[in-house]
Design a protein around this ligand. Structure first.
Ligand SMILES: [Zn+2]
Length: 294
């Protein structure tokens, strides 16, 4: 893929061995002008994008940079967050959500956006109600082919989620160019994890209630899957360091997932770009459209 305008570049691309994708150019500044009146919003967005005081998921983060691509999708633009065009679209989104339409991302606007994203995850609603869902019966789990997992790791998922995942990954491999999708990308590095496994890991890691190590993990449902997106040099595919998550969200494959995964019933946990949960029905109770087709 030819770089268009690397407005989101983190500097020189840092690549995982075997990962050919260069992040940094999935959003653009080309043709991202706006009517007069958004100059101040552009300045605010440039600043808040890397504001170290943001804690949208409970820990300090590099502003809302990790969420810029998903936000662009939410407000229906391909414009980079530092552009007038982005501010213009954000103002329209704010207006639709009864927020002051400044075009500047603020913590109140982000909270509304985040609430909407989390509402797409049935697991979150269950946890909010104090429910930790039971794991599926063994008979409902299938083992993925080794060719579909990272380094041939043994991964199990619920059978229906597996069918949806395989349909989605096949579509991504058809639609993304070879230069935008490295062989390892979209392989699975975690799926079903039994409560006993998670309890043992909780005891071992001593971080049972943190963002990344919940005592009741979505992975116990057999419907959650961790997809390989790649990683910055020296970090793992599940590293939650900001620089890694920003890198991952600037890959063409993440952009493809944000645009298309919902058609297959998958929704992202925004804090972890690699973590996707399958929900057979969308928010309107309709079966995921891509699966409803023969
Ligand atoms: Zn996960």
């Amino acid at each position: 893929m030819k770089p268009i305008f690397a407005v989101l570049s983190l500097g020189a691309p840092l690549l995982l061995a075997g990962c050919a994708t260069s992040p940094g150019q999935v959003l653009t500044a080309i043709a991202c002008q706006a009517p007069p009146g958004f100059h101040e919003a552009v300045l605010v967005n440039k600043q808040s994008l890397t504001d170290p005081t943001w804690t949208p998921f409970g820990r300090p983060e590099t502003g809302w940079s990790v969420y810029a691509v998903r936000t662009a999708h939410e407000i229906k633009t391909r414009c980079a967050p530092e552009t007038p065009g982005f501010a213009h679209r954000l103002a329209r989104w704010q207006s639709r959500h009864a927020l002051t339409p400044t075009g500047a991302m603020d913590k109140a606007s982000f909270q509304v956006m985040k609430t909407g994203w989390q509402a797409q995850r049935p697991f979150v609603a269950q946890r909010a109600a104090g429910v930790c869902p039971d794991p599926p019966a063994d008979a409902d789990l299938v083992t993925l082919p080794a060719t579909e997992t990272l380094d041939g790791k043994t991964v199990q998922l619920r059978a229906d989620a597996t069918r949806a995942l395989e349909t989605m990954v096949a579509a991504a491999r058809r639609q993304l160019s070879a230069s935008d999708l490295a062989p390892d990308q979209l392989t699975v590095f975690s799926g079903f994890r039994s409560p006993a496994y998670d309890a043992a890991r909780c005891a071992r890691d001593g971080n049972c209630d943190g963002v990344g190590r919940a005592t009741c993990s979505a992975h116990r449902t057999g419907l959650a899957v961790d997809l390989t997106l790649g990683a910055t040099a020296g970090l793992q595919v599940d590293s939650s360091q900001d620089i890694n998550r920003i890198w991952q969200t600037r890959t063409p494959v993440y952009l493809w997932l944000i645009d298309n995964a919902g058609h297959y019933g998958f929704v992202n946990y925004a804090f972890e770009p690699w973590h996707w949960e399958w929900n057979e029905t969308n928010a309107n109770g309709q079966v995921a459209t891509a699966l409803a087709r023969p």
